[in-house]
Design a protein around this ligand. Structure first.
Ligand SMILES: CC(C)(COP(=O)(O)OP(=O)(O)OC[C@H]1O[C@@H](n2cnc3c(N)ncnc32)[C@H](O)[C@@H]1OP(=O)(O)O)[C@@H](O)C(=O)NCCC(=O)NCCS
Length: 173
């Protein structure tokens, strides 16, 4: 469990949370790209992803709680050899958006990854058109490292992917 300050906490995602996650993913508009999920995400695929994450030791699916209620989820992978974490999906349910939930959750996660876990680098890839998410990550001190042009094909179009990262000794935002 990671206490992110205020009303937000991170805990391990449980099987019982998957129904809510599947519902949130179903509501994503076309063209939004969350982690490795393309839309629509069949429920069986989500469950297989979750079971594979539990069976392995690299991927960490976490529930975002706001005042004890499930408000979103995020995932990250850790490469211990190079002391790097890669963020995957970050999603806050619509009813909780715009209240600082993602910022608190990711701020708490970055604090734990650079602090308790002693990692050196945290990176992520985000759809270049997802300004909301890019603003959020920049606000958390993540810097743009590159743009992978025409990296994925979705809804009949090619899209660019941005790579952002923060290092342990980057100045805090
Ligand atoms: C991206 C997302 C996780 C943000 O969650 P949130 O809890 O609403 O974000 P916060 O309230 O913590 O906002 C923090 C910062 O993010 C940015 N942001 C959030 N919502 C925004 C919006 N609608 N437009 C522009 N920037 C926005 C801002 O920089 C904001 O800081 P500010 O409030 O001081 O301006 C949420 O919109 C979401 O789940 N979107 C769908 C899934 C997705 O795109 N995930 C990211 C890619 S994996």
């Amino acid at each position: 469990m990671i206490d992110c300050g205020g009303r937000v906490k991170l805990r391990a995602l449980e099987r019982g949370d998957l129904e809510a996650v599947a519902g949130w993913l179903e509501q994503q508009p076309d063209g939004v790209f969350v982690g490795n999920h393309e839309f629509p995400v069949p429920r069986g695929k989500l469950e297989r992803w979750y079971e594979a994450a539990l069976a392995g030791e690299q991927e960490h699916p976490m529930a975002i709680e706001h005042q004890g209620a499930l408000a979103g989820y995020l995932t990250f992978r850790v490469d211990w050899r190079h002391r790097e974490a890669q963020l995957g999906a970050v999603l806050v349910a619509e009813a909780y958006r715009g209240r600082g939930v993602a910022q608190a959750a990711l701020g708490g996660l970055l604090g734990a990854l650079f602090g308790r876990w002693e990692l050196n680098r945290v990176s992520l890839a985000v759809h270049a058109a997802n300004q909301t998410a890019a603003n959020l990550y920049r606000k958390l001190g993540m810097k743009e490292e590159g743009r992978l042009r025409r990296k994925f094909h979705l809804d009949g179009h090619w899209h660019d992917l941005l790579i952002l990262a923060r290092l342990a000794d980057d100045p805090p935002p």
